[in-house]
Structures are given as C-alpha cells and as structure tokens.
Write a protein that binds this ligand. Structure first.
Ligand code: 6GU
Length: 234
C-alpha cells in the first residue's frame, strides 16, 4: 500500500519509522511519502492560512497550497501506475472511523491523508479533489483535536496492521475488540496467583469448550456494561 500525507508538521510522522509499521515499510509492504504543505507556498512567509470569509474566530487553510500539493501527489500516483487512490481528510465533521472502515481501507492500493489545522481547509479543496478522486471526511470521535495529524496516525496504525504480513500472527487479528462487534474478554498469564489475586480457574481447566463459553460470557458482560450501543437490539 502507498500512503501519502500532507501536513504542516511532517516531523509528527517520524514515529512511523519504528515498531510494526516501521518494519512493514522496510519490508516494502507500506510505502510512505510525507509532504510539507509549506513546500507548496510561494510567499516569503510560507503562508498556509487566512481569515474566514463571513467572519468568525480562527483561521482557515487557503486552497492554493492544498491544490498544488494534492495535484502533485495524484500526478505521481498516476505516473507510478498506482490505481484509483482515495483521499481522506481527517475532520471532526466527518463520518466516524471504525474497525469496518479500517478493514475496507486496508484493501486500497493508495491512500492520501490531508491533515488540516486551524478551523479547517477551504471547502473548495474537498470539492475540487472530489472531481479527481474518491474523497472521505473521517472523524475519530466526538471530541476536538487541534489538527488531523494524530487522527491520521491512529488511522494508519489501524489500517496498516490489517495489511497481510504486517502483523506476524494473523490469528491475533481475529480475537480482539471490535473484530466481532464485541469488546474482547480479559486476558491472564503466569503466575496463576499474584498479590492474592487468582487467575479464573476455568482458564486452568484445560476444558476448551468451557473456556470458549466463559470468554464469550465475559465479552457479552463487558459490552453490556460499558458499550451497550454495540449490542443488537434484543
Ligand atoms: Cl479527524 N480531526 C480533528 N481536528 N478533531 C477530531 C477528529 C479529527 N476526530 C475527532 N476530533
């Protein structure tokens, strides 16, 4: 998968050099391009924002550097033969990110993330890019971040680990929170007793049927308690 990021803080993304995603890049499973939006400005102060038309607090990102940066990335994708890239703008005004969306996006050939700051990007950037590529606005939840960088990082981690070969043991992708629509069951390891706390005896029983039933019950109990919205109405 090819991933391009447009941002005024390229240094945020140096963490993608390490851990699972870093190894996936070294193995060639993920190709990453981080682009500084200010490289697409032409004034001495490398200005990317201005006051909003119609008034109001905060600043809006001007369309020209965004248009040039995204044109350049989409052109390079085309020249490389990368088919049909999808462009994602992280935004608290977008559709909610989910495991299902991560699953869907993990099959894309190329994703471009446009990280806005301030009060957002001039709407014409989204409108224009929509005429050239598939575009989605995506939110991480009902709270406010200062910009799209941390949201992009979270999405890249959620999507990247679903790309075949990135996570060593594919079975670990199956039995985790949200992969089956429920929260995951609690996990235990050695020692069997610790500070007066015992591992639930069923896990030491060797009875695989009983263990599976107990884990299912724990998933349901936890989900009912903290995320009833995930359960089907019944
Ligand atoms: Cl994707 N961006 C910003 N700026 N704030 C957010 C968000 C995204 N998701 C939740 N809050």
């Amino acid at each position: 998968m090819r991933i391009d990021i447009v941002t005024i803080f390229p240094e945020f993304f140096s963490v993608l050099d390490v851990s699972l995603l870093g190894r996936a890049r070294q193995a060639g499973r993920i190709q990453l391009g981080v682009h500084d939006l200010r490289d697409y400005t032409y004034d001495r102060h490398r200005t990317v924002d201005d006051t909003p038309y119609g008034g109001g607090a905060g600043m809006v990102m001007r369309p020209e550097p965004w248009g040039d940066a995204l044109d350049s990335i989409l052109y390079a994708d085309e020249a490389r033969g990368t088919v049909d890239p999808i462009v994602i703008f992280p935004s608290p005004a977008g559709e909610l990110f989910s495991q299902a969306m991560a699953q869907e996006l993990s099959t894309e050939a190329a994703i471009v993330f446009g990280c806005g700051r301030y009060e957002g990007i001039d709407q014409r950037v989204v409108d224009y890019v929509s005429t050239r590529a598939r575009v989605r606005l995506v939110s991480m939840g009902d709270y406010v971040l200062n910009g799209g960088e941390i949201a992009t990082m979270a999405m890249i981690e959620a999507i990247g680990r679903l790309i075949p070969g990135v996570v060593g043991n594919p079975a670990s992708l199956v039995e985790e929170s949200h992969s089956d629509g429920l929260l995951e069951y609690p996990s235990y390891t050695k020692p069997a007793q610790w500070r007066g706390l015992d591992v639930p005896p069923v896990l030491l029983s060797g009875n695989h049927g009983a263990i599976a039933a107990w884990r299912r019950e724990m998933q349901l109990e936890r989900t009912r308690r903290v995320r009833p919205d995930l359960l089907p109405p019944a």
